[in-house]
Ligand binder design. Structure first.
Ligand code: ADP
Length: 643
């Protein structure tokens, strides 16, 4: 009887599938896929499928009582066959799950799937003694109970349904490759099941088709190359996150470094200014050593200001790089802006014996909308360079328009000099970060090579354009185009031109003998510097070394102006200011409070003003700026002209 066993033709597909799946299983071990969560589940799926194929082939070949196989063996094979095919479909679902962000809803579906699976297993085990799902009659006939269909088919149908649901719900979050492969594999498997059911088990195609699905998945999602690609992508993503974090750390570092450097620099420059004053010619200290000391102090002042401008440049560049530099368009007056710029540059040009001229197209409208601060920064940068790199001749600023429509116009600024010029081969380099060229030629000239790189980026942020042409040893021409909105098409009146006149007489000096000032700073040197500056004006000066001490003083004396530092231990300047507003004992609630801080990141001014401060002064303190602010906030009857 034993000799009658042979593979029935309907298992041929399964036998073939078994072999190619076995090969695939072995191949998939060559790449352990360490980094991909799905690959472990994939190998489990392959193994399940292999076992299911073995069980199916053995069942159809050996579970035949008329050939003499004991009924108990037949029963065991039938049970194994059923259980392993359900395990395979569950395994497929688990694999699919590994490709989706398991949302709560899907999580619950998995729990239901697990419960269903274990209930099914228990019932199949109970079936062995109790015989209510499938069994063999004593005569060897294979029998199905009425519970066969619900018990054996419910789990696979459930898993199939979940697969479809996962694919539909999560399609958007998957890459195109995952989307296509997973859909195709699911479809092929489903097709096998349908064919097997439709032919009533005459064609055993569910497992072979399922293994074709696995093939599709292997070659599209589970090869070593693809794993490596995913791994690289993941590493890139992490590297990108790290880079963003590092850049943020850099910006924070720069912001705090700026503060840390400015605070001592404030003391150095402030004390230096005191030396300059004490040794100034009009003090009539007529000794040789006073003159020498004065020239040392002048050197300290110049070096200090260079250090300050380097810090400012680095801060600006880092702010632009981290995308925090915002262009803030607001109405402004073109002629007033140009007036300010020319006042500044003219002094520098004349110190070097250069002629500075400025021309302006008289028809240009005066009231424009744009970021005045940044335009000023661009012009001052270009003009400073022109003065810096010119030893004789002329520096010239021409302002005209390139194009104009009803609401907008493109301003054209041309900065010409008769200086050392730039070699043709160096022209493309000058806008790079820290790029200084022709160093043997201009090593005497101070610079960091950051100015033009900032200018170029600012122009870019304003949707403008910058170009340069130059002839070596003859001179250079920088041209900037900036689109601006027109606020009012009327060209500047004579009055505004007058306002812009570069030769404004020096503001008259003044005294404030009847004023009282409160200076708040935790740094003793800073207090000393500011106090020295204010001493020149006369009046009473109180100091406080902390926010709490300041609040205390504001309760006992009235002040004309309060100068407040920002970064202080315990209460900082802003907290102190806010507390002072709600402090019932404060008798200085209407006193203008001026923020005086080393926190000089661009944009801080607006920030402090929006908090309610009357004005902003950056440290190192500039004595002229300090006077300007005081003049702005004191009533005129408190100021006496000084002789
Ligand atoms: P720096 O701080 O060195 O002036 P910039 O970024 O402003 O840095 O300029 C970069 C380089 O371009 C300078 O080092 C200088 O060699 C060259 N350069 C800029 N402006 C001029 C100019 N008007 N004439 C000649 N060379 C210039």
């Amino acid at each position: 009887m034993m000799g009658m066993y042979s593979f029935p033709p309907k298992t041929y597909f399964e036998i073939a599938s078994f072999f190619y799946l076995l090969i695939l299983y072995l191949i998939s071990f060559q790449d352990p896929g360490r980094y991909v969560r799905s690959s472990k589940l994939f190998r489990m799926l392959e193994l399940n499928m292999l076992l299911a194929l073995v069980a199916s082939i053995l069942t159809y070949t050996f579970a035949i009582p008329e050939y003499g196989t004991p009924l108990a063996v037949c029963m065991l094979l039938r049970t194994l066959d059923s259980v392993l095919s359900v395990t395979s479909s569950r395994s497929f679902t688990l694999y699919l799950h590994s490709y989706v962000d398991t949302s709560r809803r899907l999580e619950r579906l998995t729990v239901v799937g697990n419960v269903l699976f274990y209930v099914y297993l228990a019932l199949m085990l109970l079936n062995i003694p109790l015989k209510f799902v499938l069994w063999y009659a004593p005569d060897g006939t294979y029998m199905h109970g009425t519970l066969f269909v619900p018990i054996v088919f419910t789990p696979p149908i459930y898993f199939m349904a979940i697969n479809v649901l996962i694919l539909v719900l999560q399609l958007k979050s998957m890459g195109i490759r995952e989307k296509v492969s997973l859909s195709v594999a699911s479809f092929i498997t489903l097709l096998g099941l349908i064919v097997q059911a439709a032919t009533d088990g005459k064609l055993l195609l569910s497992l072979p088709f399922g293994s074709v699905g696995i093939f599709v998945l292997y070659f599209s999602l589970e090869t070593a190359d693809y794993h490596r690609l995913l791994e690289k992508n993941e590493m890139l993503r992490i590297a990108e996150q790290d880079a963003v974090k590092a850049n943020r750390a850099k910006s924070d570092f720069l912001a705090s470094m700026s503060h840390e450097i400015r605070t001592p620099l404030n003391a150095v420059l402030g004390m230096d200014e005191m030396i300059l004053r004490e040794t100034s010619a009009d003090r009539n200290i007529d000794s040789v050593s006073a003159g020498r000391i004065r020239s040392y102090a002048e050197n300290i002042r110049d070096a200090g200001h260079i250090l300050l401008s380097v810090i400012n440049d680095i801060l600006d560049l880092s702010k632009i790089e981290s995308g925090k530099m915002e262009i803030k368009p607001a109405p402004y007056r073109l002629r007033a802006l140009l007036g300010d710029v020319s006042t500044m540059i003219r002094v520098r040009a004349e110190q070097k014996g250069l002629v500075y001229t400025q021309t302006l197209d008289p028809d240009l409208p005066d009231a424009l909308i744009g970021d005045e601060l940044r335009i000023r920064q661009i012009l001052i940068n270009l003009l400073n360079n022109a003065v810096k790199y010119t030893d004789q001749g002329e520096v010239r600023l021409e302002v005209s328009r390139k194009g104009q429509s009803a609401q907008t116009l493109t301003l054209s600024f041309t900065v010409r000099d008769t200086g050392i010029g730039i070699k043709k081969e160096n022209l493309p380099l000058i806008f790079g970060d820290f790029q200084r060229i022709d160093e043997e030629h201009n090593h005497r000239i101070e610079g960091t090579g950051l100015g033009l790189s900032i200018v170029k980026r600012l122009v870019g942020l304003m949707n403008g354009d910058i170009s340069v042409s130059s002839e070596y040893e003859k001179g250079s021409v920088f041209t900037v185009y900036l689109p601006q909105e027109i606020c009012d098409t009327v060209p500047g009146t004579d009055a505004s031109a007058e306002e812009a006149a570069p030769d404004l007489p020096e503001e008259r000096a003044f005294h404030t003998p009847d004023c009282t000032y409160l200076l708040v700073d935790d740094n003793r040197m800073n207090l000393l510097v500011a106090k020295h500056f204010l001493d020149e004006l006369g009046g009473r000066i109180d100091t406080a070394a902390s926010g709490n001490e300041a609040l205390e003083k504001m309760r006992t004396a009235t002040y004309d102006l309060i100068f407040m530092d920002h970064m202080m231990p315990d209460l900082d300047g802003i907290q102190t200011f806010e507390l002072s507003l709600t402090d019932p004992g404060n008798i200085n609630r209407d006193t203008p409070m001026i923020m005086m801080t080393a926190n000089a990141l661009s944009g801080m001014r607006e920030e402090y003003l929006s908090k309610g401060f009357a004005d902003y002064l950056s440290k190192p303190l500039d004595s002229k700026e300090l006077l300007r602010v005081i003049r702005r906030h004191l009533p005129s009857e408190k100021m006496e002209p000084a002789n």
